[in-house]
Design a protein around this ligand. Sequence first.
Ligand code: GDP
Length: 445
Amino acid sequence: MFDNLSDRLGGVFDRLRGRGALGEADVREAMREVRIALLEADVALPVVRRFIDAVTEKAIGQDVLRSITPGQQVVKIVNDELVEMLGGQGHEGLELDVKPPAVVMMVGLQGSGKTTSTAKLARYLKQKHGKKALMASLDVQRPAAQEQLKVLGEQAEVATLPIIEGQQPVDIARRALEASRLQSFDVLLLDTAGRLHVDEALMAEMNAVARVSNPAEVLLVVDALTGQDAVNVAQSFSGEVPLTGVILTRMDGDARGGAALSMRHVTGKPIKFAGTGEKLDALEAFDPERVAGRILGMGDVVSLVEKAAATIKEEDAEALAKRMEKGQFDLNDLRMQLQQMNRMGGLGMLAGMLPGMKKAKAALQGSGMDDRVLLHMDAIIGSMTAKERANPALLNAKRKRRVAAGSGTQVQDVNRLLKMHQEMGRAMKQIKKMGGLKGLGALFG
Ligand code: GDP
């Protein structure tokens, strides 16, 4: 997801950054390209307009153009606006601080991933927040919908309300509430009926269920792959039922991103979670800052670090975080990362997460190399002296030839590695400038 958009924007900003001085015309030209990139990503037109206006005004209006790094500043403005567009600060979650059971109503069209998301969310609340959750399917439309939820509940080890054939949605909701009170469940998730289209009967049913269950959260489940359609569906629902947030599914697919980027503006409600796969653990709290970072190709350092935290020793991770903060990322650090990457599933897995890695990967693929490249890189760094690793600038032509010979590679491989290291260093500095590494410490804490 976001790959094309990310590539297009990357091109625009590389050109901006490449210049020492920027004029108003340069900014307007860049914004024309950004506009096209957003429209091609299927972002709703009013959202695109507002975005372009906001960025242009900020970029031209302040002292940005006269600053020392105008390109950089424009990128920062774009970053901040993207974060805004995606919903602002992170929405780590749900307002479940009510008298139990806190009712979470799941609504959406058939096939959007609603039932799966219900089970994922129940599992998430149980595992991350220690909540005791009950799920109930109110879907009497689709054959076997109730059975499906029961099976998912067994997989997720979350209780489901026993099925009573022929019972109607509002009555099921009442029974679920009663059961939750009697058995002291913290959260009750109601998986409501889906339809193929938004229609009056469906909305009436949603509202009837909402009246009896008084939900703390009403989450709309939409499929990111359906792009503009997802946005239209969201718009219809938001006019009819009191939504509190959105779950965007199939973020693992090749959706162009328009749904994610338009949702907040259209519904006025934040995306709270993203579905990233078919498995029950494939649900992530939606974090606009991270997603913006990913779109701008700065790599999702935070996600990477989280992933890494699972495989890396804590002392190593802490040391690395400190060095990143100080901009002292040397070849020893790169080597450590390469080795971890190997352990974490190789290049493909991590491409796009690590700053500079995406380009490096493309370059490597172009040269017909694959995951073995990680081993080559390791060998190259292994053939350097400790001094060279700490200070790559020492590597003149003669030293490079020695390193290439020692690692069984070519000088151009050594150069490629050094270039990648430089790119990563630059990206990290940039992220630091934007304050993007805040919270990193907390992850390790
Ligand atoms: P419902 O009709 O809205 O309840 O949809 P389901 O929950 O039955 O999901 C329909 C299909 O989409 C199932 O095969 C799910 O496994 C799949 N699915 C749901 N969420 C995701 C997701 O985030 N990513 C992927 N790849 N598949 C998903």
